[in-house]
Design a protein around this ligand. Structure first.
Ligand code: 3HC
Length: 309
């Protein structure tokens, strides 16, 4: 009998062509790793400026990877980067970009209406065997898939990557209530094909990683608010006492304070099983920083100051 792996890696279901919608850091990272592992990739965004930014992100990140891969051979490194970039086609046309895809990964703004409309458009233009995946970190996959017909809901799931995508080894494979077993199997095989490790989980707020990380990050902010220690000491404590690569405040600044606030506010208000959960209650300190435009590394200041480097 065929093992599961053999079945899912068969010609008919193997993923070779990947379309990524959204040329931001996450989308560009997903396009980059897919192309690195020899998939044909199409990066789709609404305008050429966004596509160019995505291209620049990939070029910079690939140069970093190439330098380690070919330390003594700058010419080989350069050619390798060009070859990977050459596998990423860019387009502003969604129907054209998804027309031949085996998998579409959506990585656009965290807005349910935007994603629902986008998934309907993708479903209308992609082949019938194509997997539809969202990289959402805070919205239910089941809700994104709601307007789709039943067979399409069966091939819709979450593929949740982590920042920085080229470096972080995990991808959460999110099985919504209606996602088929076959779709999960194909997604798992794809994740392995790009050198990452899958963790399959149910469609619940935060999945695994953020469900555990966000209460931790919010409690770190509350420790600071209660005057238990300053941010630097809390970060040092968690890095050296618990072996985390970044302390909670470094991580907050890295993820973006607006993102942190957006997710926790959303869960506190209407997260399935989390409504009113005090772990996600607003923090005065966080609100204050966000209101002042101090959003973390990307704005030059969050809990720490990044303006002078
Ligand atoms: N592209 C390619 N490689 C990259 C990269 C990028 N964009 N960013 C980092 N790297 C590589 C470096 O080249 C280096 O590789 P090496 O070890 O083989 O030489 C390695 O990553 C480490 O980088 P640095 O030496 O520059 O810096 P650090 O050792 O401080 O590592 C880090 C940086 C990988 C970001 C590490 O601090 C880390 O793992 N932090 C935690 C990140 C994390 O928790 N991410 C998840 C956030 S939550 C999330 O994304 C969910 C969202 O939905 C909210």
């Amino acid at each position: 009998a065929l093992g599961r792996g053999a079945l899912y890696s068969s010609e008919a279901s193997a993923i070779k062509r990947v379309a990524v919608v959204g040329g931001g850091q996450m989308g560009a990272g997903i396009a980059q790793v897919s192309a690195t592992y020899e998939h044909g990739v199409t990066l789709i965004d609404v305008n050429h400026e966004a596509l160019d930014r995505g291209h620049a992100y990939m070029a910079k990140s690939l140069a970093r990877v190439a330098k380690k891969k070919f330390p003594e051979e700058p010419a080989v490194a350069h050619d390798w980067v060009e070859a990977v970039l050459g596998r990423v086609r860019r387009t502003t046309s969604l129907p054209e970009g998804v027309a031949n895809a085996d998998l579409v990964v959506e990585a656009v703004v965290e807005n349910i209406a935007v994603k629902q409309k986008l998934f309907a458009d993708i479903a209308g233009a992609a082949p019938g065997h194509c997997l539809l995946a969202s990289n959402t970190s805070s919205l239910p996959i089941g809700r994104i898939a709601e307007p789709l017909d039943a067979p399409t809901r069966g091939r819709t799931l979450g593929l949740h990557f982590f920042n920085p995508v080229p470096q972080m080894k995990l991808v959460e494979v999110v099985r919504a209530a209606e996602t088929s077993e076959q779709a999960v199997g194909r997604a798992v095989a794809f994740v392995k094909s790009i050198g990452k490790a899958p963790a399959v989980c149910k469609d619940t707020p935060g999945f695994i990683v953020n469900r555990l990380l966000l209460p931790y990050m919010m409690e770190a902010i509350r420790l600071l608010e209660r005057g238990v220690a300053d941010a630097r000491d809390i970060d040092t404590a968690m890095k050296l006492g618990a072996g985390y690569p970044m302390g909670p405040f470094e991580l907050c600044d890295y993820v973006g304070l607006d993102t942190l606030k957006f997710i926790t506010d959303g869960w506190f208000k209407e997260g399935d099983g989390l409504r009113g959960d005090k772990a996600f209650a607003a923090s005065g300190k966080l609100d204050e920083l966000v209101a002042a435009g101090h959003l973390g590394v990307k704005s030059g200041r969050g809990f720490y100051d990044y303006s002078k480097k």
